[in-house]
Design a protein around this ligand. Structure first.
Ligand code: HEM
Length: 529
């Protein structure tokens, strides 16, 4: 048989096999790439082996790619009825390219404006910007899986943190201990560590009154220190040192950012795991901590995350690796999110003196800010935090799930085939004028009970996500952000530093799974009461 024809045929067969089996392992992928041309060369025994092999390989790859692209663009593809950019429909690499500059959330909003509430953003991916999709996609964990792309965050050979667990039953197991550790009854255990860190932040800023401080950096250090106490046995001390000499934070941001890029293409995991893991030193610290904490058992004096981990019933098996990974994810998931909310709230309040004064008046009237219950009743404070999370969600790209493995499913009226990767994108959803009027404006009033002046549909607002995989730390995060923001606003007069252009703040925000923020230089002065 003609060797050209054989190469084309094997390319086509390979497409069919890949389409059916979706190979993931390194060996399987290498076989897909090279096996057919190698076999063809071995069987043909040509006089000039290398040129023969090179030609067979070239024709094979070109056929495999062309056939894949043709199918993805064809009306036979089950997502063909949904509109989206041409390159996105051809390859998931479009997603990677799109995510490089950290501005994908803004681009996705524009795409929804152009194409409507459902956009095909990958060969097998859709973004659905609709409140009606939330329950279907997020509430039923048994049928909907977490997108396997999260697994790029799992180090080779490791168990992975709770956030990366895709199997619903495994997730349920892992989640139990978190739910106990962060149940309302457990929150009081973290109170003294949170109060101590808020006092430390206040004292550090007191000392710097009248000078320029980067409040964004200080809030990052504050939340890292608190999460360090909560999950890492108090091993960080960023605020005391007013620095991050080991570049711990930037290491986390870079490592997660790189994993996020490749998460768009799950098969790349087989190869990126050959590279050194930048989180390795942190994981070692985490493993060491697990050893120490296990030795202390549940009698440890400090009631932190491990205290609750150690108190789990004996039938709840959790490996040491799982514990170490979960401690680390608490730092990742719990620090940048809260610090982003706090820094954004300061930015919006300083930009809006009327809202700032209104909040201050409420807090002055509330009096004792160490009273958690009292703070929870401050409606304007919660309205400011909600409005901040609406305009600047800590996870702008939202959450990603995979539709049930068999059978079609209807999401917000759209029929989706099995194993479709479905994004619920927070940034476009929370700024959708169908749900929130004046969607780009900071108007905390819209959250006040009884307000009628605004189109306001809270079912579209899920900054902590929703359902069984939703944020485990939501209540703790609410306590932390309320207490820290209340302290800052009641204690200090805050102004942007002279010469700082506030327009830069939003421009500097980049999202790669966790938000990286620019600096927010402000001048603080103790308020004269
Ligand atoms: C304002 C601050 C915060 C926001 C906006 C936020 C938001 C989120 C979101 C959107 C998710 C993804 C949920 C999903 O995949 O469906 C998540 C997961 C998670 N968050 Fe938070 N978070 C915040 C603070 C915290 C804090 C302080 C902690 C720790 C104490 C924490 C611990 C977690 C954990 C453990 C998960 C994984 C949950 C799971 O897989 O079951 N978060 N968070």
């Amino acid at each position: 048989m003609d060797s050209y024809f054989l190469s084309v045929l094997s390319g086509l067969l390979s497409h069919i096999v890949c389409h059916r089996t979706d190979p993931r392992g390194r060996l399987a992928l290498l076989l897909v790439l090279f096996l057919a041309p190698v076999l063809q060369t071995v069987i043909a025994r040509p006089q000039y082996v290398l040129p023969f092999f090179a030609r067979a390989q070239f024709i094979y790859i070109v056929t495999l790619c062309s056939s894949t692209v043709a199918y993805r663009l064809s009306p036979f593809h089950q997502l063909s009825r949904y509109p989206g950019p041409l390159l996105a429909r051809i390859s998931s690499w479009w997603m990677v390219w799109n995510a490089l500059d950290g501005k994908q959330h803004i681009r996705f909003r524009k795409l929804h404006e152009v194409y409507g509430e459902i956009v095909r953003t990958g060969p097998n991916h859709v973004h659905v910007c609709s409140a009606a999709a939330i329950r279907t996609v997020l509430a039923f964990q048994n049928q909907w899986h977490r997108f396997e792309g999260y697994k790029t965050l799992v180090p080779p050979g490791g168990t992975g943190a709770i956030l990366t667990v895709t199997d619903p039953e495994d997730h349920r197991q892992r989640r139990r201990v978190w739910d106990r550790a962060l149940a309302n009854t457990a929150l009081a255990d973290y109170r003294s560590m949170m109060d101590a860190r808020i006092t430390q932040l206040r004292e550090a800023l007191d000392k710097r009154c009248g000078q320029e401080v980067d409040i964004s950096e200080w809030l990052t250090w504050f939340t890292l220190d608190f999460m360090g106490d909560f999950a890492f046995g108090g091993s960080f001390d960023f605020m005391a040192r007013a620095a991050d000499p080991e570049h711990l934070h930037s290491t986390i941001v870079r490592a997660i950012g790189a994993s996020d890029l490749f998460s768009k293409i799950p098969w790349t995991r087989a190869f990126i795991h050959l590279l050194p893991n930048p989180m390795e030193p942190l994981l070692r610290v985490s493993h060491e901590l697990v050893r120490k904490k296990k030795a202390l058992g549940s009698d440890a004096e400090v009631k932190d995350l491990f205290h609750h981990f150690n108190q789990r019933p004996s039938d709840e098996e959790l490996s040491d690796d799982a514990l170490a990974q979960d401690a680390l994810i608490a730092v990742v998931a719990g620090s940048d999110t809260s610090s982003s909310v706090l820094a954004n709230a300061i930015y919006y309040l300083v930009s809006d003196p009327f809202a700032l004064e209104k909040l201050r008046a409420e807090l002055d009237q509330a009096g004792d800010l160490s009273d958690w219950k009292g703070l929870a009743k401050c409606e304007y404070l919660q309205a400011v935090l909600n409005e901040t999370m609406r305009l600047a969600p800590a996870a702008p790209n939202g959450v990603v799930k995979e539709s049930p493995r068999s059978g079609e499913v209807v999401v917000a009226g759209y029929i989706l085939p099995p194993k479709t990767v479905v994004y619920i994108p927070f940034y476009p959803l929370f700024r959708d004028r169908r749900y929130f009027s004046a969607p780009d404006e900071f108007r905390p009033e819209r959250w006040l009970p009884g307000t009628k002046d605004y189109q306001h549909d809270e079912t579209a607002f899920i900054p902590f996500s929703y359902g069984p995989t939703g944020c485990a730390g939501k209540q703790l995060a609410l306590l932390e952000t309320r207490a820290a923001l209340a302290m800052l606003v009641q204690r200090f007069d805050i102004a942007f530093s002279p010469g700082y252009d506030p327009a830069r703040w939003e421009e500097d925000i980049e999202d790669r799974f966790i938000l990286s923020k620019g600096s927010l230089p402000v001048v603080l002065n103790t308020r004269q009461l």
